[in-house]
Design a protein around this ligand. Sequence first.
Ligand SMILES: Nc1ncnc2c1ncn2[C@@H]1O[C@H](COP(=O)(O)OP(=O)(O)OP(=O)(O)O)[C@@H](O)[C@H]1O
Ligand SMILES: [Mg+2]
Length: 406
Amino acid sequence: VETIDNGPRLLLVDDEEGFRDSLARRLELRGLHPVQAADGESCLQALDNEPVDVIVLDVKMPDMSGLDILPRVREDHPDTEVILLTGFANTADGVAGIKAGAFDYLAKPIEIDHLVGKIQQAMDKIRRQREKRKEKEFRERMEARMVVAERLASLGAVAGGVAHEINNPLAIINDAAGWLQDVVKQHQPDPPLDKLLAKGLEKITKSVERARLITHQLLLHARGTEPTLAETDMEALAEEARQLMDKEARNKDITISVQATGDATVTTDPHQLRQVLINLISNAIHASEENGQIDIAINGQEELVEISVQDYGVGIPQENLPRLLEPFFSTKAAGQGTGLGLFVTSVIVSRLGGTIDVESDEGKGANFIITLPREASSDDECSNLAGSMSDEMTCRISQALARNIK
Ligand SMILES: Nc1ncnc2c1ncn2[C@@H]1O[C@H](COP(=O)(O)OP(=O)(O)OP(=O)(O)O)[C@@H](O)[C@H]1O
Ligand SMILES: [Mg+2]
């Protein structure tokens, strides 16, 4: 017999004790463990106490007949299936029962194999219904998540538009500051004023550069991503990411340390790696308690550089480990996390020729380790990142959808 959890939960209801006992014993011999009830009242009571998959219900009982009980079961316990037992000469009761929502009926005397077969069929029906419901719930959940992803995408498009618009005035300010700098150098013979002006102009130039970087980032996000390989000091980059997450960390009084051993320079895409670090730090902050600690360690070796982000927070349950990199996998409250952080991280890292590993003890924290080749190759595959990234995303998202729906 098909089992759900620890086997079908059976309830056997018949007023004749001898018949009930012997039927129960024969069912036990086939590995089924029915709970027994002697009348309608105790049947309904048993149902209220704990859920039942299948009720084997005698029709002819003194106080409340099986046909009286049936509508109440259908109403209050729609997931429970009912198999009626009718008298030999009273199969009309069975037909009436089916009309009222019974799964099926059997006429006494009961052929045990026949009954077991019916129970099996009822369980099949229950299982199909559960699967259908699960699928429906999953669809609804995915649709809700797609809405979030779409919102993010349109937000990205808006941000991209704004960034583009801001780039033009930034370029004008930058040119003007450069021109003023030249003027000051050549024509201002007043040293103290000269110094002040030069300082102010330098500030303008630096701020413009910073704003340009930000708009550049936004544009990258809006367009997908183009790789810009550059020699990158991972320690400086980690320091930068730490500063970007400083406010979030301080909200929980979390200390973030950055430590490097060996040669930390990598030829890679610094913008994308900054995003990777920010995703990992953000997750680590989220997983940590107040006053927690996060250690970022960079370990340069011969041909590769390892970057680990270690926290001492809630950790990751074993069963979640295989799903971490899946798009939309998140344990955060609805609407709180997109579940795209680690997915995007893994796509970036693999495109840069690296790998990502996770070590975690539940309750003791998590350690995410990124291993990068010292030099990311700038061959076609990599320079084609913009296109293939979104293709790969689409592909992996649809795979995840297909997997879950199955
Ligand atoms: N450092 C960590 N400690 C414990 N669990 C983690 C850690 N990092 C990730 N996880 C688990 O992995 C899940 C997926 O992480 P991911 O960054 O992809 O999405 P998210 O953080 O839930 O959403 P978002 O990144 O959009 O805020 C998290 O919901 C969390 O359950
Ligand atoms: Mg995250």
